[in-house]
Design a protein around this ligand. Structure first.
Ligand code: FE2
Ligand code: FE2
Length: 350
């Protein structure tokens, strides 16, 4: 495999080179050094600070030169992870966070675009584009919430609608594979929940307006995580009691951030605040019981739990779809039984 690395300094280039074996051919260049850019390569890795406007301008030119490269992996710093939207806008097919571990890098290199650049009307390209647009929308939504600005609700709903259309056309399994291969962390989770909720809504035969409510609620549901420190949000393994208490503030934080935003209905606000409530009253933040939990929330909660289980995270092997469905079936009293039964087809076959 021929891989070209673009970075701002030699140290970063050396670090990335060290992740490859002798079977790969690696070229590298400092940003702004066009003299050593290869004509063609299988993958490009960009490790550049996206907060700097000059870097963005330079990268636009680099991206144009590499427009036929199947895999464009952007490595961005944890501290500026909200710049993932910028990376996708510059043509990234994958975004990884520094420090990069070899398995994540190899998965990104080998997982996608195995042969050629995907053409406009290719199914795989359609799912990838819908996933990338969804990730851009999520990244700008998280960025807005963390900096106290209003989210662009219309853009997020539009992106969620594309996801739903994609699933109606190509099926849910294809969506799961595409998202798990290309996206990480919270964005992967939100894209999976949106797709799962859309697939569930489609299977239930919901009317168009209700389907829109369900997938939009899913798109926004975890936006309050923008307020949670990354050290807790991305902590591998179990959380302690204090960390869990911090995580459990995210539904109310999301509700507060979206309240009063144009395009956010009371149903979406309700879903954002209550997607961790259970019918038996054991959920949070308001310990609602069955009568207080709407149909949209019941659908969203099932979609959320299933998606969290089947996520592909660096530190845990994903649970299979069948096992995840078994776990849902075991949550008697918490989730609506008939809905769990109706979800079987989505979980196992769709
Ligand atoms: Fe959540
Ligand atoms: Fe969630």
């Amino acid at each position: 495999m021929l891989v070209h690395i673009v970075a701002e300094d030699q140290n970063r280039i050396s670090e990335l080179r060290a992740l490859f074996g002798s079977q790969d051919r690696i070229t590298s260049a400092l940003l702004n050094d066009e003299s050593s850019v290869p004509k063609e390569c299988d993958a490009m890795i960009v490790a550049v600070d996206l907060r700097n406007a000059d870097n963005i301008a330079a990268l636009k030119e680099v991206s144009a030169a590499f427009k036929n490269t199947p895999r464009k992996i952007f490595v961005i710093d944890q501290k500026v992870r909200l710049f993932a939207a910028q990376a996708y806008a510059l043509g990234a097919t994958h975004v990884l966070f520094h420090p990069v571990y070899q398995p994540s890098l190899l998965a990104a290199l080998n997982g996608a675009g195995k042969s050629n650049v995907v053409s406009e009307d290719d199914d795989q390209g359609g799912a990838r584009r819908a996933a990338s647009e969804g990730a851009v929308s999520l990244a700008s939504m998280f960025s807005a919430v963390s900096s106290g600005q209003q989210v662009d609700a219309a853009a997020a709903k539009h992106a969620a609608g594309r996801i739903s259309d994609m699933i109606a056309e190509d099926g849910f399994s294809h969506w799961l594979e595409t998202v798990r291969r290309h996206h990480e962390g919270t964005y992967q989770h939100c894209l999976l929940v949106t797709g799962t909720a859309a697939a569930f809504g489609l299977n239930l035969g919901l009317a168009k307006a209700d389907l829109e409510r369900v997938y939009s609620a899913a798109m926004f549901h975890d936006v309050g995580k923008a307020k949670i420190p990354l050290a807790i949000l991305d902590k591998p393994g179990r959380l302690d009691d204090r960390e869990r208490a911090v995580i459990e503030t995210h539904p109310a934080a999301g509700y507060d951030a979206l309240k009063g935003t144009r395009g956010i209905s009371s149903e979406i606000l309700d879903a954002v605040r209550h997607h961790h409530e259970y019918l038996d009253g054991s959920g949070y933040p308001d310990a609602l019981c069955a009568a207080g939990i709407s149909d949209i929330v019941r659908i969203l909660t099932i979609s959320d739990i299933f998606s969290a289980l089947i996520e592909d995270r660096r530190y845990k092997a994903p649970t299979s779809r069948a096992e995840a469905y078994e776990i849902l079936c075991g949550m008697r009293g918490k989730l609506e039984g008939p809905l769990v039964v109706a979800f079987k087809e989505v979980a196992l076959n769709r």
